[in-house]
Design a protein around this ligand. Structure first.
Ligand code: ARG
Ligand code: ZN
Ligand code: CA
Length: 243
């Protein structure tokens, strides 16, 4: 990243049950994971296979928790239509989304762990949503998604990263140093896992933008780093986050 990027984070908690009203410690544990995963200080970074040693990245972006807003609700699940971001629908509107990353914690439902808005969208819905059961590493965080990697993955999307399989059979993630995957991976694939796509490359299943369990993902690539950095350069869609 050209010039330091630091992301102030505003967390918006929507809760019906006391369990959904997650603790500050759980919220901070998610911020801590983001700081480790985006700065290559995650303890599993050294598990990256030597095949990918040349492309594993220290993204160099940091996160600071700035505020937590909480609101009670009667909703049992929120879905993915952004209602949690709209006050008139019982949600919490984002706080200054052009200079802060807003993160909503709620029950999404439908087996969805989280979702994010790509750069360039409406600021009124900008940010990431993480189901409270998959947020951070403590409290209600639930195995096998209890290492905060849903947050890492969603923030990757928020910084313009696509899924590593390109959301299509042998699709493209628009990043050249990540191998072409035939489809999403799940669980914790044994290494090496070969792609069925052209050339049968070894898949980078340990990339944060695949769909493995949290303990199966522990790297971004240099190409992904460049794609994220482009969002923050002067003139980029999230340039306001540059220090
Ligand atoms: N399904 C979500 C998405 O596509 C997140 C997947 C996160 N994976 C994980 N191991 N936490 O945005
Ligand atoms: Zn995703
Ligand atoms: Ca690729």
């Amino acid at each position: 990243v050209n010039g330091k990027v630091q992301i102030p984070v505003v967390v918006n908690v929507l809760y019906r049950t006391t369990a959904e009203n997650i603790s500050l410690a759980q919220i901070q544990s998610q911020i801590d994971v983001l700081n480790r995963d985006f700065n290559a200080t995650n303890s599993d970074f050294n598990q990256v296979p030597s095949l990918f040693a040349g492309v594993k990245a220290n993204v160099g972006i940091s996160f600071v928790l700035e505020a937590v807003y909480r609101k009670a609700t009667t909703k049992t699940s929120w879905g993915t239509n952004n209602a949690m971001k709209i006050a008139s629908q019982g949600g919490i509107a984002p706080t200054t989304p052009t200079t802060r990353m807003n993160l909503w914690s709620c029950t999404i439902g439908g087996g969805i762990l989280g979702y994010a808005q790509f750069p360039g969208g409406s600021s009124s819905t900008d940010g990431v949503v993480i189901d409270s059961k998959y947020l951070g590493t403590t409290g209600t965080a639930t195995f096998p998604f209890n290492l905060g990697r849903t947050g890492t993955h969603e923030v990757g999307h928020w910084m313009n990263l696509r899924h590593i399989w390109g959301d299509a059979t042998c699709g493209s993630d628009l990043v050249s140093d990540t191998p072409t995957h035939n489809a999403a991976n799940s669980g914790v694939p044994a290494y090496p896992s070969y792609s069925t796509c052209s050339g049968n490359p070894v898949e980078m299943t340990m990339n944060y933008m695949d769909y493995t369990d949290d303990r199966g993902m522990y790297m971004f690539s240099n190409g992904q780093k460049s794609r994220m950095a482009a969002v923050f350069v002067s003139g980029g869609s999230r340039a306001s986050f540059r220090l």
